[in-house]
Design a binder for this molecule. Structure first.
Ligand code: NAD
Ligand code: UFG
Length: 337
């Protein structure tokens, strides 16, 4: 099978390409490299001792999508391409609607035109908005609190509408919780541009000496130690979930599925686990709460097990150990070539 992976040069994309290649799929990556580096794909080939095809292009470009699907006889699409920074989405909402919503719309039109009707879409737990009950099940009410989240929600709705009108399509909407960690060889990993917004990459940069301390955004939440609790999931587990989803798309459907561990960890737990994994100290200061943050968020991961036969395997220690290996071997990410 030939899989088109949009945004395949990015953090989750590269890890998924590794698993696809190891499982014997033909992989075609379409990426405009706006938030990634072509070197990452060389590393994917190095890890797997297989080659993939790369198209430098934009998902908003329907012509290049159609040409790619024809040329490589694509059977299914995994759609990662998009922008993902919550804060930036508040500053530049139109960029987010254009890349994430218009981009997906063009992709769907191209797929329809080319008769490719199997899609795995990267959604996010952000579509649950403020949790009304925990753990978060897939039938929890959906809402958005920022343009990034709204772009994911809009795409989800677009996919459900598309499926209502074309019930032969095969669509998996994967709602990721908090992906962290890296491939165990330390050759690929998250390479944030500028100062990281997310916890684990920031902690890793403190440990490697790029920042003096971690800002903990609030320690007065109604959680066991007062700091925010999230469901961190190892990116390799997440990547494997995509292959399970592809396998499950052997019948028409439009199904939303959580990919998380079902276990929540606080900011302090992550900080301490990272200290143990890295052997470095991660000093911190407590700051006021970050606007828009919720106290606690974790998945009910049962549906993924029932439907896909998938379960996250790696714990927080492995997430930190693998993240640290990547960070310490590549302190400047892919920039060193
Ligand atoms: P990433 O930024 O590392 O990867 C996204 C890739 O898409 C990059 O290689 C980028 O260059 C490419 N891209 C962006 N816009 C494009 C466009 N218009 N045309 C072609 N390529 C484009 O991000 P990631 O962490 O790998 O996330 C992948 C997907 O998963 C995104 O859709 C993101 O919203 C979603 N997601 C991520 C997280 C997370 O915490 N990492 C959580 C939930 C959902
Ligand atoms: N945090 C800090 N200091 C930091 C960074 C984060 O204390 O420097 C705290 C946050 O307050 C939160 C926790 O660490 O309590 C996790 O924060 P992240 O920014 O790593 O992750 P979020 O849960 O806020 O957001 C992530 C993605 C979103 C996605 C959401 C839901 O960034 O895109 O998960 O899946 F929508």
């Amino acid at each position: 099978m030939a899989i088109l992976v949009t945004g395949g040069a990015g953090y989750i994309g590269t890890h998924t390409c590794v698993e696809l290649l190891l499982a014997g799929y033909e992989v075609v990556v379409l990426d405009n490299f706006c938030n990634s580096h072509p070197t990452a794909l060389d590393r994917v080939e190095q890890i797997t001792a297989r080659s993939l095809s790369v198209v430098r292009g934009d998902v908003r470009d329907q012509a290049i999508l159609e040409a790619t699907m024809h040329h490589f006889a694509i059977d299914a699409v995994i759609h990662f391409a998009g922008l993902k920074a919550v804060g930036e989405s508040v500053e530049k909402p139109l960029d987010y609607y254009e890349n994430n919503v218009v981009g997906t719309h063009r992709l769907l039109q191209a797929m329809q035109k080319c008769g490719v009707e199997t899609l795995v879409f990267s959604s996010s737990a952000t579509v649950y908005g403020e949790p009304k009950q925990l753990p978060l099940t897939e039938d929890h009410p959906l809402s958005a609190t920022n343009p990034y989240g709204r772009s994911k929600l809009m795409v989800e709705e677009m996919l459900r509408d598309l499926w209502q009108a074309n019930t032969h399509w095969r669509i998996a909407i994967l709602r990721y919780f908090n992906p962290v960690g890296a491939h165990p060889l330390g050759l690929i990993g998250e390479d944030p541009r500028g100062v990281p917004n997310n916890l684990m990459p920031y902690v890793a940069q403190v440990a490697v000496g790029k920042h003096a301390y971690l800002n903990i955004w609030g320690n007065d939440y109604p959680t066991p130690d007062g700091t925010g609790v999230r469901d961190y999931i190892h990116v390799v587990d997440l990547a494997k979930g995509h292959l399970k989803a592809l396998a499950h798309l052997n019948a028409p459907q439009c199904t939303a599925i959580n990919l998380g561990t079902g276990v929540g960890h606080s900011v302090q737990e992550v900080r301490k686990a990272f200290e143990r994994a890295s052997g470095q100290t991660v000093p911190y200061k407590v700051s006021t709460r970050r606007q828009g943050d919720v106290a606690t968020c974790y998945a009910d991961a049962q549906l993924a097990t029932t439907l896909l036969g998938w379960k996250a395997e790696h714990d927080l220690v492995t997430m930190c150990t693998d993240h640290w290996r990547w960070q310490s071997l590549n302190p400047n990410g892919f920039s060193n070539g």
